[in-house]
Design a protein around this ligand. Sequence first.
Ligand SMILES: Cc1cc2nc3c(=O)[nH]c(=O)nc-3n(C[C@H](O)[C@H](O)[C@H](O)COP(=O)(O)OP(=O)(O)OC[C@H]3O[C@@H](n4cnc5c(N)ncnc54)[C@H](O)[C@@H]3O)c2cc1C
Length: 472
Amino acid sequence: MPPRMKSGGRLVVIGGDAAGMSAASRARRLRPDVEIVVLERGDIVSYGACSLPYYISGVVESRDDLIVHAPEFFRRERHIDVRTGTEAVQLKPRDRTVVCRTAFGEESITYDTLVLATGAKAIRPPLPGVELPGIFTLRSIPDGDAIRDRLAALGAATPQGETGAETVPGAIRAAVVGGGYIGLEMAEALVARGVRVTIIELLPSVLSTYDKDMSDLVLRELLDRNVIVRTDTRVEGFEGGSDGHVGCVLAGGQRLSTDIVLMSVGVRPRVELASAAGIDLGRSGAIAVDPRQITSEPGVLAAGDCAESPHIVTGRSTWIPLGTTANKHGRIAGENAVGADIRFAGVAGTNVTKIFGLEVAQTGLSTAAAEREGFAPDSVRITGTTRSHAYPGSGRITVKLVFEQQTGRLLGGQMVGVEGVAKRIDILATALAAQMDVHALAALDLSYAPPFAPVWDPILIAANQAVKKLAR
Ligand SMILES: Cc1cc2nc3c(=O)[nH]c(=O)nc-3n(C[C@H](O)[C@H](O)[C@H](O)COP(=O)(O)OP(=O)(O)OC[C@H]3O[C@@H](n4cnc5c(N)ncnc54)[C@H](O)[C@@H]3O)c2cc1C
């Protein structure tokens, strides 16, 4: 059962971004009569890491646009005691106490209930030379500032599109280590700044959570935009250049000259506080929670990138760190921490991104993931058009459906196209939540008008193909 909170009780939230501030705000909405304290080790709360690549490219013009609300807003408008520059260093659940470190020393704060919203951290593998200046990860606004500063120092074109001091296009070289969605969004941002980009990926394909036949469409787009992509290539280390910054990447037995490196090889849940306090971690290494976001320790809840979620297709716990989930987790943890009793429905891992001229999206399981989870999957893949053939501006969209061989139950979907992908992936996410099979999907009454879709929407075409395949 969720913990009861007496009037005048204190909720402490550790972490002041998406999950933490959602939890604090939701708790305040329900309970004006309790004290709410947020501990954030950085200087900023409630920021949007998702927009960082666009801040670096210049699409997002102002740093202020990345911040949803300043700490002062939460203090004044929501009566939430936001303490920035305050790092929680130890959790003592038996005493219901958090030990914090600030610029002025250590102090302890007691709680009635606690929400852990410590997020995730970018992985920096211990490779030779990885600490050289000019090698970055991207997780926070200060990380984004540091990358922008380095690009300016190198003379890259400005975010406003003005030619930089280094006028030859492509004279500045960047290595992006890791071809996941953050690496690819950053490749686009760096190209926008006039930088020549090489992506180095250990696996045989970029976007490895997608099936290869779909991620190959993205690979082709990267190559068309003059991005160099080296798959099946292991980074062995880095060497300094003449100015003391990174000068080359050692990868696949070669030395590749570079001026800047982005390490985007994934993230890990930040669970040190929880695990040192004896709170159970799940199979994924993130904090294990029940559907009410309650951990193994009574009175302690967890939300966002530090916590696991139930997967709506497999029914098992999973760890898919996304901002969408962090906000929902935060709401549920915040309400339950002050006495409500609500549950999280689970995730399908629905995500969408823009890679140059393509929209790329996924929900549920890929074929490989379905096999790993013990399903016997089949799939269909079709390429259609995004608008009616007579209407100008139509482009290609490829839809892949993954479904169970025996029953036709939809297990997942992936899409790559020039437009309309974000709208359509949400249809598949909804179908997964409703546990539809491909017959039900093929019967959906989807909208049609020439500027938006062909009369047979690509989703319906794919679903009909799946129905035919099942009938054989
Ligand atoms: C470049 C980039 C692009 C992204 N794009 C998307 C996207 O398009 N769509 C999407 O859904 N998701 C996206 N994400 C993921 C999304 O940003 C995260 O899932 C989300 O920020 C998680 O929120 P959170 O509050 O759980 O954790 P975090 O954002 O990691 O916040 C955790 C906070 O806790 C603080 N903290 C940690 N430990 C302590 C401690 N001991 N004491 C005090 N404070 C502490 C940290 O300083 C931090 O502010 C992107 C992420 C990045 C980096």
